[in-house]
Structures are given as C-alpha cells and as structure tokens.
Design a protein around this ligand. Structure first.
Ligand code: PMP
Ligand code: GLU
Length: 397
C-alpha cells in the first residue's frame, strides 16, 4: 500500500476547483453547463501585459530569478503600495510568489506553530482553514451571518482571541460574500486587535480593485497595528491574470525573510516571464482595471436583481469581489422526484444536474446553508443561469 501522509490525508481538496472541474467534465460531454463555480475574471489579460511577457521571452528572461522576485518587480509593487495605499515598504519586505494562494500559505507556515490558534471570520475562502491545518494550527471560526452582512463585530472578535491566538486572517472585499468592511468598521476591529499585541494580522487584499464602495482601506494603514500586518495581494483578479500565478506579500522584515527562506526550499522563484508581465501590470496604464471593475458592478446589479425574484433565496447586496452568497435554507428538506435536498451541498449538486448551473456549497466556506455564485461571466450567462436556477428551484416541493 502506498502511504499517504496524515498531513495530506486530513486535507480537503479545494471545493471551488473541484466543482469547476466537474462542470468542465460535463461540458466536455456536450452538456451546456454555465459555470458559476470558480471565481476568476472572464476577461482576457490586457494586451500591454501580454506584450511584456512576449518581450521577456525574446529578451531571455529565462533564468532563475531571486527567490523573492526580480528587484524591478518588487520596486514596482512598492510603488503601487505607495501610490494606491499610501504605504511605505522597502523591496526587502516584499516577497513575490506563485499566486496569492502561495503567498498566504507561506505566511501561515512561517508564523503558525502546532497548537497555535488562528482566528478566521466566516464565511471564509476555502483555503484558509486548510492552510492552518497544514501548519498544525487550530482554526477558531467566528461566524457572521447574512443578517450582519457577513461581517464580524468587534465583540465577536474580542471573544475569539485568547493568549494562544497567533494569527487572524481577514479578507475584504470578501470571497465568498462580497462584503466590504468600511473604514469605521475596520477601525473598530483594529481597536480590538490593538489590545492583543501577540496577534499577527494577515490581510487578504486580492479583491482590492473589485470594489463598488468607492474607497479601499488596507489594514496596514492603521498605525496601531501596522507593524504586525501582512498584506497579501496579486495580479490574478485586478488584471485578469489568474493563470499567470503571481501574488505577493508586503510584510514586517522578519516575516518576509521567513517566507523567502521557505520558498527557497520548495519552489525557488515564481515564473520569470509571469513576473515581467506582472511588472508591466503594475507599471502600465490602469484603465483596464477600472473597465473590468465597472463591468463587475453592472453584473452585480443584474445578479442581485434576478436573485431577488427567486422565492426562498435570501441575498445581501455585495459591495465587492464577484460573488453572491445566497442563504438557501428554505429549500433544505424539499425534494424533486427521488432527489432529496438534505443540505446546501445537495442543492448545489441538484442545480448542476437539473439546471446545468455550477455553484459551490457554502460548507466549503465554513457556512452551511448557503451556496456561492460567481458572477464573473457575461450578462447573457448570468440571465440564463438565473432563469435556470429559478425554474429548477420551482420544481422542489
Ligand atoms: N485569496 C482569495 C480570497 C481568493 O479568492 C483567491 C483566488 N482564489 C486567492 C486568495 C488566490 O489568488 P491567486 O490566484 O493569486 O493564487
Ligand atoms: N478565487 C477562486 C475561487 O475562490 C479561485 C479558486 C481557488 O483558488 O480555490 O473560486
């Protein structure tokens, strides 16, 4: 028998990627599936970024790069942080990795010891709790329901922190809910964190630019906690570059050094060509970012309007990212023919089988009773998907 480590056995596979694969398999069999499962922009990478990558190949950017990424890219990221976020980071505090996912995992593995507690407001993106499990840490989930717009209160945060809390992972704009904490709401959480100096703050800012509130506040901009905030961001969402795999951290020097050491042993550097493309993204014109943001906002309005017409779906009005996270408990316990809906996961499977629409079970985001819809797709797809969902749900009784 081949031995698989307990570490990997205890890990759940990424539910977002699994559902997307299932949807692609059905598509390959000729089924007309609308994929609202995986969250990635449906736009092509802007041309000036693609040109930079082509040039990088011709100019022989084909050798190992520094582990933390080319100095020119780290300078471009530092300039972005200064210009867009008003933050001062030296290139030595920036580590570029193979996507924000690797950046997050580097930080968790570099800072969490077995038994340490990690506070995670939920609903939370699928990979956080799994990364904490990999590090041997203990997940402390802090649930926020749709009634509180999926945002945790300062009282909830205070109650979750103990002497053993090492890290908190905050994501705003949020995957999977699209909720965005206002500056005042962040300040209230920061006031709590300021009382607990042992807690490091991992701020996942990957949806910074897909934001419909008109302003974005980085947690690193609060002086009370700035010296223990790690920013994670990257090019995947803002520049429609999910496949290029470039993310970064901006961190206190000791953490940047630890991530650099870890990465040196297990991936070396992120792709040299993708790094040059990312450099062009940060240095180049930013109109493409705004154009995509505007499209996502229009689609948000459309999907919310259509979802509100479906009886039994409870929705909020997401202020960012490209997800809708309806509460579906009205359908739990219902059936169609032999199919019994025992959970939101069953409902997601039913919608795939009956409506040929792929969504994701909220349980994957530590929020049973909900499903996630990614509306990063065309207006026509959104209309057709919502029409099909409405019809399939109407068959349940
Ligand atoms: N954080 C969140 C909240 C995300 O939604 C994603 C995308 N799945 C990531 C991190 C990882 O992004 P990347 O593609 O850069 O690894
Ligand atoms: N942001 C995407 C999602 O949540 C990426 C998939 C993943 O990395 O899990 O669907």
């Amino acid at each position: 028998m081949t031995q698989i480590s307990e570490r990997v056995q205890s890990l759940s596979p990424s539910a977002t990627l699994a559902m997307s694969q299932k949807s692609n398999e059905l598509k390959a069999q000729g089924v007309d599936v609308i994929n609202l499962s995986v969250g990635e922009p449906d736009f092509n990478t802007p041309d000036h970024i693609k040109e930079a990558a082509k040039r990088a190949i011709d100019e022989n950017y084909s050798f190992y790069t520094p582990v933390a990424g080319y100095m020119s890219l780290r300078k471009a990221i530092a300039a972005k942080l200064r210009k867009e976020n008003g933050l001062d980071y030296a290139p030595e505090q920036i580590v570029v990795s193979g996507g924000a996912k690797q950046s997050l995992c580097n930080v968790v593995l570099s800072t969490v010891n077995p038994g340490d507690e990690v506070v995670i407001p939920t609903p939370a993106w699928v990979s956080y709790v799994e990364m904490v499990k990999l590090a041997g840490g203990h997940n402390v989930l802090v649930p926020a329901s749709i009634e509180q717009d999926f945002k945790v209160t300062p009282e909830q945060l205070e109650a979750a922190i103990t002497d053993r809390t090492r890290l908190i992972i905050i994501c705003s704009p949020s995957n999977p809910t699209g909720s965005v904490y206002t500056r005042d709401e962040l300040q209230a959480l920061v006031d709590v964190l300021a009382r607990h100096p042992q807690v490091l703050v991992l701020s996942d800012e990957i949806y910074e630019h897909i934001n419909f509130t008109g302003s974005f506040t980085s947690l690193a901009s609060f002086p009370e906690i700035a010296d223990r905030v790690v920013i994670v961001n990257g090019v995947s969402k803002a520049y429609a570059m999910t496949g290029w795999r470039i993310g970064f951290i901006a961190a206190p020097l000791a953490i940047a050094k630890a991530c650099n050491k870890l990465q040196s042993q297990y991936t070396s550097n992120p792709s040299s060509i993708a790094q040059k493309a990312a450099e062009a993204a940060y240095d180049g014109p930013q109109d493409c970012v705004e154009e995509m943001r505007v499209a996502f906002e229009r689609r948000r309005d459309l999907v919310v309007e259509l979802a509100k017409e479906i009886p039994g779906l409870k929705v909020n009005k997401p202020q960012g990212a490209f997800y809708l996270f309806p509460e579906v408990s009205a359908y739990i316990g219902k059936r169609h023919g032999d199919t019994i809906i025992g959970s939101a996961g069953d409902l997601a499977l039913y919608l795939l089988a009956e409506a040929h629409v792929a969504t994701v079970d909220g349980a994957a985001f530590c929020a049973p009773g909900y499903i996630r819809l990614s509306y990063a797709t065309s207006d026509d797809n959104i209309r057709e998907a919502m029409r099909r969902i409405k019809a399939a749900l109407a068959k349940l009784s």
